[in-house]
Design a protein. Structure first.
Length: 318
């Protein structure tokens, strides 16, 4: 393990969100009322997107609390609102931006505001997960029409053009006791995972089947969930297995969650927070492809931030 630190800038990124735009080799990071665009190789600032925040309500200052890109990376959805106590959030605005490629070689791509919706006035937007997706379009050449959202009662879609809300699935057999923080979907967007800290729900919206993941895996303190399109699998990190506090990484089949295995079962009796997972793919110098699961988390009380990788090409390192 190497203690490697690279200072990009001295801005306060507490509560910021970040995503990668591979199409322009950039990383975009939210900062209160703007999105800064950094070159993914040099980390140089190469662009900025600003939004107008609504007036403050209460003691919590408004800021960007959610951001997502479309699959073709031509569209950005940004949600502003307030971070409340105990991880709760209050959403008030949705901005949709369109990416316009530079007109000639060397010109930077620009993001133009396409749509603004005051979601604070839409009753459905109450305790909604700030992980969301542009809905797949039947014609990929056309602009996206809807965005998929989740809350503890249901999954729904918001029409970008009309602001109309359409139910996708209402949970009937399995329920979240608390507001969920995680929402993931497979590529076809017919299999979803919705999870709060104590509850995890797998649902197939075609068959309407629901599975209680925390009961199936005997876990709680769910910290992160992602989907791997290569293998059609989900990865989930939990902080507790039965009564044992630890670090538990679970891999399960997107079509059949009963087909699962534990990749790590570290019973270190330490609480973790701020957990993130991403899949890194590339080619080694020898020409061989590699695929790794990059995991980062903060260990509570001792304030240690850990970044680790899990090889997904060869044998799993327990």
């Amino acid at each position: 393990m190497h203690n490697l630190k690279i200072k990009v800038h001295d801005h306060d990124l507490e509560g910021s969100k970040a995503i990668e735009l591979e199409c322009i080799n950039a990383i975009i990071v939210t900062e209160i009322n703007k999105v800064r665009i950094y070159d993914s190789v040099t980390y140089e600032l190469c662009g900025e997107i600003k939004v107008q925040l609504l007036a403050a309500e209460g003691r919590e200052a408004p800021q960007m609390i959610g951001i997502e890109k479309s699959k073709d990376e031509n569209w950005l959805a940004i949600i502003t609102g307030r971070n409340l106590v105990k991880g709760a959030q209050a959403q008030n605005q949705l901005f949709v931006f369109k990416r316009n490629p530079g007109k000639k070689a060397g010109d930077k791509d620009l993001f133009e505001e396409y749509k603004w919706i005051k979601i604070r006035d839409i009753p459905e937007f109450d305790k909604v997960v700030m992980e969301f997706f542009f809905k797949n379009s039947e014609d990929p050449t056309l602009p996206p029409t809807s965005i998929l959202f989740a809350k503890k009662e249901n999954i729904f879609e918001l029409n970008i053009e009309t602001s109309a809300v359409t139910p996708v699935h209402r949970f009937k057999e399995v329920h979240c006791r608390y507001s969920p923080q995680h929402f993931e979907a497979n590529d076809a967007q017919n299999v979803f995972v919705v999870a709060s800290i104590q509850d995890g729900i797998w649902v197939n919206t075609d068959t309407k089947k629901e599975v209680d993941l925390d009961m199936l895996f005997e876990i709680s303190d769910i910290r992160c969930v992602i989907y791997d399109s290569d293998d059609d699998r989900f990865y989930l990190i939990a902080n507790r297995l039965r009564d044992a506090i630890g670090f538990y990484l679970i891999r399960f089949d997107a079509q059949n969650p009963s087909n699962f295995d534990f990749l790590t079962t570290w019973k270190q009796n330490l609480d973790i927070e701020n957990v993130n997972m991403n899949i890194s793919r590339g080619v080694e110098k020898n020409g061989c492809p590699f695929k790794e699961l990059v995991i980062s988390y903060k260990t509570i009380f001792i304030n240690t931030y850990t970044v680790m990788t899990q090889n997904l090409c060869g044998p799993i390192e327990q």
